[in-house]
Every structure is written in structure tokens, then in C-alpha cells.
Design a protein around this ligand. Structure first.
Ligand code: PGA
Length: 247
């Protein structure tokens, strides 16, 4: 089994009910894409988006709590995301690692909670610019994978997203060789650790746009993308879905 191709959109803290018109347009423009398509909107929109999306499009959360329920004001349990219609959840995004000081251990616990609730965990890793400049990229990625991905991870319940922190929302992307180097290392580490690590989908994320998607999807072991800014509009995300479908 080859890894499943996935075009994933991360709307971050953007979107209101009016934004669901973009979902209608995306589905109308791409009724039968040749890849899986996922949108992770703000939690307030998950239920309405899942109802609109039907089976044509998967809907996900952007974070969950490690506990199944309880006194955690403002947090969301994985089972609650699932109940609202989510099938996936992004975990360990660099904005959460930075803004909320999330550690690898916390991302691992959240990933376990996601798996227990029957969600697919989209676990994010990536180096800072200082770490890349210091030549530490592959070590940082290896440590984050070791620390954030739980033992129960399988191709069916886990997607890994490589997102260099310095490429997120900046318009800067690594060279194709830099992406290839990290993805090849991730594939080797996951294959060594998990029986079906060769089948786990590996996404690249960070300033993916219609204009660079096709060349990124041609890089070995890139099975899709996690897209921020360019996922907000169907006119931008649609061509990315089309590029992955054709890859
Ligand atoms: P970007 O964000 O596509 O806007 O760079 C990617 C992400 O943070 O997932």
C-alpha cells in the first residue's frame, strides 16, 4: 500500500459561517479529487462544515486536550471533535509549540488521546531558522518524531507534517533538495520504528501555493501538503488539490 495522498488546509484562527461558501465552491470545483482533502477550520465551524462537506471532504480540529473530559476550561477533547464531525486533528503545530509552549511529551499524549477517540492525528514537526543555520535540522526532526509520535501510530491513524518554522506564513520555502532530505530521513526513521511506516503519509507545509505545489509534490516521500494561508480560498486551494491529484 502506498501512502494516501492528502491535501490538508489549516484555517488557523480565520473563518466565520460565511466562509463555508468557500467549501461549497471547493466541492463544486473538485467533486471527485484524486487525493484525500481535509480542512481544519476553527472549532466553531467544525460541525457546520462537516454537515456541508458530507463525504466529499474531511474536516478536522487544530488541537485537542490529552484528557478525555473534565475541568479544562477552553479546551476540547478528541471525542468532542469526533462528535462534531471531525475525522482528523492537527497536533503539535509550531504555533502551538510556540504560543502555548507545547512539548513533545504533550504532543505525544494528545496524539494518543486522538487515536483513542478514533481520530487521525496530523503530527507536525519542524526546525527553526536558527536550528537550520546551526546544521541541526535532521537531529531536531528525529528528536521531535521520537518524542511526539506515540507507539500506537499506524499509517491508518497518523499523518506526519514537516513544517519548517521559518517557512510558515513567510512566503519562503526550503529548496526541493532540503525538503527531499528531511522527508527521506523521516521515512527512514518511521519505517525503522513502525511496521507500516513506509505507508504513513508525509506532508510538507510552509508557504505552499498554487505556483509551487506541483514541484513540491514531485519530491520523493512528499505525499501531500499542510496549507495555511492558501487554504482559505477555494480559488487557491483548488489548484493545490488538482496538483496533488495529478502527482
Ligand atoms: P502557510 O501555513 O501555508 O500559511 O505557510 C502552513 C501551516 O502553518 O500549516
Amino acid at each position: 500500500m502506498a501512502p494516501q495522498k492528502l491535501a490538508a488546509g489549516n484555517w488557523k484562527m480565520n473563518g466565520t459561517l460565511a466562509s463555508l461558501a468557500e467549501i461549497d465552491r471547493l466541492i463544486a470545483d473538485h467533486p471527485a479529487p484524486g487525493c484525500d482533502v481535509l480542512i481544519c477550520p476553527p472549532a466553531t465551524l467544525i460541525h457546520a462544515m462537516a454537515a456541508r462537506a458530507g463525504t466529499a471532504l474531511a474536516v478536522g480540529g487544530q488541537d485537542c486536550h490529552a484528557k478525555a473530559s473534565g475541568a479544562h476550561t477552553g479546551d476540547i477533547a478528541a471525542a468532542e471533535l469526533k462528535d462534531a464531525g471531525a475525522s482528523h486533528v492537527i497536533l503539535g503545530h509550531s504555533e502551538r509549540r510556540t504560543d502555548h509552549h507545547e512539548t513533545d511529551a504533550e504532543v505525544l499524549a494528545k496524539s494518543q488521546a486522538a487515536h483513542e477517540a478514533g481520530l487521525i492525528a496530523v503530527i507536525c514537526v519542524g526546525e527553526t531558522e536558527a536550528q537550520r543555520d546551526a546544521g541541526q535540522t535532521l537531529d531536531v526532526i528525529a528528536a521531535q518524531l521520537a518524542g511526539s509520535v506515540p507507539e500506537g501510530a499506524r499509517a491508518a491513524n497518523t499523518v506526519i507534517a514537516y513544517e519548517p518554522v521559518w517557512a510558515i506564513g513567510t512566503g519562503r520555502t526550503p529548496t526541493n533538495d532540503q525538503i527531499a532530505e528531511v522527508h527521506a530521513r523521516m521515512r527512514a526513521l518511521l519505517t525503522a520504528r513502525f511496521a507500516d511506516g513506509a505507508d504513513m503519509a508525509l506532508l510538507y507545509g510552509g508557504s505552499v501555493k498554487p505556483g509551487n505545489a506541483a514541484e513540491i509534490f514531485a519530491i520523493p516521500h512528499v505525499n501531500g501538503a499542510l496549507v495555511g494561508g492558501a487554504s482559505l480560498k477555494a480559488a487557491d486551494f483548488g489548484p493545490i488539490v488538482a496538483a496533488l491529484s495529478a502527482a
